[in-house]
Design a protein around this ligand. Structure first.
Ligand SMILES: [Zn+2]
Length: 55
């Protein structure tokens, strides 16, 4: 199982309704809506550092 980075839902890689590749990693989504959100704000969903930490 993979985790939808937008809503946090578990998504089966085989049946995922949407997927995208970013920096060599494939991300799976529970819906096309989540994929669109991800593509619009990819930095926000993958950011691990708190905002304001980077230079
Ligand atoms: Zn989702």
């Amino acid at each position: 199982m993979a985790r939808d980075p937008v809503c946090g839902m578990e998504v089966d890689e085989v049946t995922a309704p949407a997927e995208t590749e970013y920096k060599g990693k494939t991300y799976y989504f529970c819906s096309k809506d989540c994929k669109e959100h991800f593509e619009e704000e990819v930095g926000r969903f993958l950011e691990e550092q708190p905002k304001g930490y980077s230079h």
